[in-house]
Structure formats: C-alpha cells, structure tokens
Design a protein around this ligand. Structure first.
Ligand SMILES: [Zn+2]
Length: 419
C-alpha cells in the first residue's frame, strides 16, 4: 500500500487538468438519477472543479493551458465518502470471534476480558503514533477503493487523555494520507468498568470535560453518542448534546440499532447531521428526521456481523423524504469491514436499496451526513476535485460485484493518487 503515500507535493494543485472522454455520474441534485453525462469532461485547477459537463460545451479558454488526460470512456464518480467509521483503535477481536464460533457465550467472552473492554484496553496502551500505525492499513484499504473523505470517531479511550489521543491520531491520518478526515467525539460510546452503573457520573467526570478539552484543541468536528439500552439513555445523551450545542458543535447519534429508545427523534430535535443504524426506527422517528434534515446513515456491515434480523425501515425513510447514506462502520467488534464497495453491495442485498441509492449513499449523501455537501460528494463546478475513476461498463457494477475492486485511479483535490 506504499503507493498511497502522500508526499504533499504541490504539483497538480496549481496545474490545470482536463479529464476528457469520460462518462460522468455526477450525482448532481439538479439532474435526475445519477446525474449521468455521456461523453463528459472535467477541468480542475487549484484543487477545485472549474467545469464538469458535456465535452462539447467545454469553453476553449479552459483547454488551452490544461494537462489533458484521455480517460478512454471510463466512468467517473465523485470520490467515495465513508461517513461513519471507528478505524482508530488498538488490537482486534479475532479471538473473540473465534470463541463465539466455537460456542462460547457472551458471558464467557466477557469473563476472558473480551468485548469492548478489550478494545478499550488495547487502545489505551497505544500512543498517538501507535494508533496511527494501527489504523493505516485499514485506511489504506479504504483509499484503494477511491475513498476521498472519511469520518473517524473516538470512543475506545473512555478517559479524557485516551479520547484526545484517538482524535489526534485521526487528525494525523489526514496529514499522512491524501484524504479529508472529519472527526467525531464519541466519549458517550460505552461506560468504562470503573464507572459501571454510574453513567451520569461518567458523563460529568469524563464525557463533558473531555469534550471541552478536545474542542479547545480543535479536535472535534461533531459530537456523537450511542443511545441504547446497553449504552446511554435519551436523557444522558441529551446532556452531551446540550454541551455540544453550547460549544456550537453539530451532533449525530448511534440510534435505534438494537431497540427503539427514541434516539433518532432526540437527535432530530437537536438538528443532528445524521442518525445512524436505525434498524428499529419507527415512522414517527423517520418523519422527525425528515423535518430536521437529519440524514439516515445505514450500516449493513454491523447488521451482517451481529446477524441482526430487523432491517432498517427503508420504505418509511423514502416516504418521509429522509436522505439515506451508507457507511462501513469499520470497528473491531461489530463491523470489521474496510470496503465501501462491499457496503454498497450489502446495502442493496440486505436492505433493498437501489443502485442509485447505494452510489448516492457512498458519495453525495455521505457528504451531506458530514455537513460537507458544499465541498464534496458530487461532481460540479466549485467543489473540491475529488473523483474516482473506474474500469466498469455501467455504474451498477460498483454495487453488483462482490470482492472486486475496479478502481482505475482516484483524484483528491485535483491530484492523482497513485495506486
Ligand atoms: Zn458506529
């Protein structure tokens, strides 16, 4: 994966580039479907798209000084956006996975130190550099499929210093690789053993002061929480969201994954960017999300890995007019998944999303879920030149194939990333 190393070279960002003879799936909202432009061209300069549209409409003034790249009819989509990941952590849970397959119960696994406790322990043992090193193979795998924007959460530290280290590692990943990193503070992910049964104390002692410190260090783009019977109640999450609001930070929430506590409604009442998982969401919750513009982030990797039976209410989301994104939820316990292409396939096969919904979900809607739709997620003039170029005959192949990566090249801020 060394081919992904980012030299930070300035070459490319100031050069004017013209990609021609391309088929574009622009995902533009003012066009129908995938916003397809046959025989299209894209011009970028200074990392921004100057023109994207039919080659025949290309202004000649833009052609003159451009470096011209003939894409020989290849398809171009926006660079992929993975809007929900936990890729920064120590250790892994393969032994626990093996024990479960051999018939061990959750209690037996917990007794041997398994579960989230083991990830917290392994994460706490690592420095920022150690966390970066541990996360890089996961990040590189995602980048090899054309990801240009990734969200990364804290939440395996569960004490202030370790949460800060996770966020610093997330920020560092965005400097050693050509990718836009967006961070979420997830102090309210689980209750550490020393606070067992004392969620409110944990929030007072760790989550809220940790958020203040992380924010002061510029480490927090959004605040997240896990609202669930095994995690935090609506009232407890409300305290965290109140603090986020007072600091002017947007919120998002893991909601309705294993039961319906009304987390999505709570998130919507704070104008959340997204509510994620949503297997147990009801129609009321879907309507509240639509009214607040809260994006539904579906995570089929976790659904698959925990063998969940309840599917998210896709039809209710569509009917209410909720925007739907899809993401890997890459994490060591319930979604050890580092493929957004496979995520798209699972979203179609397991949840019944259409090809258009899957591709939009991993591009435009992922960007919307991060509050970045003005910057990336579609191919149109003014946005960052974040592109994925594919060896495919039709966009449906991106969703249809399993375990196959047809990426030809990808472009981040106008620069080609060598594979
Ligand atoms: Zn998650």
């Amino acid at each position: 994966m060394s081919g992904n190393k980012f030299s930070g070279s300035s070459r490319g960002s100031s050069t004017r580039s013209l990609w021609r003879n391309a088929r574009l799936a622009t995902l533009r909202e003012d066009l129908s479907g995938l916003g397809i432009v046959e025989k299209g061209a894209i011009v970028s300069e200074g990392g921004r798209i100057l023109f994207a549209g039919p080659e025949g409409e290309l202004p000649s003034s833009l052609i003159e000084t451009a470096e011209i790249i003939d894409l020989e009819g290849r398809w171009v989509t926006p660079g992929l956006v993975d809007c929900h990941t936990h890729i920064v952590y120590g250790g892994n849970r393969a032994r626990e996975f093996e024990m479960r397959l051999e018939g061990a119960t959750y209690e037996e696994i917990a007794r041997t130190g398994g579960g989230i406790v083991s990830s917290v322990k392994a994460t706490n043992a690592l420095s920022v550099e150690g966390l970066v090193e541990a996360a890089l193979p996961r990040l590189d795998t995602l980048l090899s499929e054309g990801v240009t924007t990734i969200e990364i959460k804290s939440g395996y530290g569960l004490n202030i210093e370790a949460e800060l280290r996770m966020l610093r590692a997330a920020r560092a990943l965005g400097t050693v690789r050509p990718v836009r990193v967006v961070t979420s503070y997830l102090g309210a992910h689980a209750t550490p053993v020393e606070y067992k049964g004392r969620n409110q104390d944990y929030i007072s002692d760790v989550v809220l002061p940790g958020l203040e410190q992380a924010h002061a260090e510029g480490l927090v783009d959004a605040v997240d929480g896990f609202c669930e019977g095994i995690a935090f109640s609506v009232n407890e999450i409300g305290r965290v969201f109140d603090k986020a609001r007072s600091l002017g930070i947007p919120v998002k929430l893991h909601a309705e994954q294993l039961s319906n506590l009304g987390g999505a409604k709570l998130a919507a009442s704070y104008g959340a960017l997204s509510a994620d998982h949503l297997e147990y969401l009801d129609e009321d919750g879907a309507r509240a999300m639509a009214a607040a513009g809260t994006v539904a982030v579906l995570l089929p990797g976790a659904f698959y890995a925990i063998n969940e039976k309840q599917k998210p209410p896709v039809q209710a989301l569509r009917q209410a007019g909720v925007h739907i994104a899809v993401a890997t939820d890459c994490n060591p316990g319930t979604s050890p998944l580092t493929s957004l292409l496979l995520t798209m396939n699972m979203s179609a096969t397991l949840f019944g999303l259409t090809v258009e919904e899957c591709i939009a979900g991993a591009t435009r809607e992922g960007a919307r879920a991060l509050g970045l739709l003005g910057e990336t997620g579609t191919i149109e003039a003014g946005k960052s030149a974040d592109l994925a170029i594919w060896n495919i005959e039709s966009p449906a192949e991106l969703v249809y194939r399993i375990g196959f990566n047809p990426l030809y090249a990808h472009i981040f801020k106008g620069q080609r990333i060598n594979r």
